[in-house]
Design a protein around this ligand. Structure first.
Ligand SMILES: [Zn+2]
Length: 141
């Protein structure tokens, strides 16, 4: 049986997998670094001003860390798909995602058509909500 992602050559898959693994270890290193920075700053600072600065630093770090954590989750999910040959296959329509698109964004889960449709729907649903509530107001009269 042919692989689901047969459009990707073995060497292409390998390149993408390495890219994902590199990203994942970079993020993990960042995490450790931030954790160390955080514990060091707690020991160093004693007065209130420094404590306040600390809070700002931690909040900024947390926001950054959350984004990184989400990306890491995506990477782990993508890497798991290599095992099942589902990597590079659109989650929505099962179409093949091009190598170029995957190289640009190795965590892509959808083909470009589905991605654009999903983004369009997101915009439309806001519109839709507004117009449907307007329709309700009209029918009440
Ligand atoms: Zn698709």
């Amino acid at each position: 049986m042919a692989r689901l992602n047969a459009h990707l050559g073995k060497r292409q898959l390998k390149a993408l997998q390495e890219k994902l693994e590199e990203d994942s270890s970079r993020i993990k290193e960042n995490f450790l670094l931030k954790k160390r920075e955080y514990s060091e700053s707690r020991v160093e600072h004693k007065d209130d001003v420094d404590a306040a600065n600390d809070t700002i630093l931690i909040t900024t770090n947390m926001r950054f860390t959350n984004r990184e954590a989400n990306y890491l989750k995506k990477i782990i999910k993508a890497l798991a798909k290599f095992e099942t040959d589902e990597y590079g296959v659109c989650e929505d329509c099962g179409d093949q995602i091009s190598f170029e698109r995957l190289m640009a964004r190795p965590t892509s889960e959808m083909c470009i058509v589905c991605k654009e449709e999903a983004e369009m729907e997101e915009k439309h649903s806001i519109h839709h909500k507004q117009s449907s509530s307007m329709g309700r107001t009209l029918s009440l009269r």
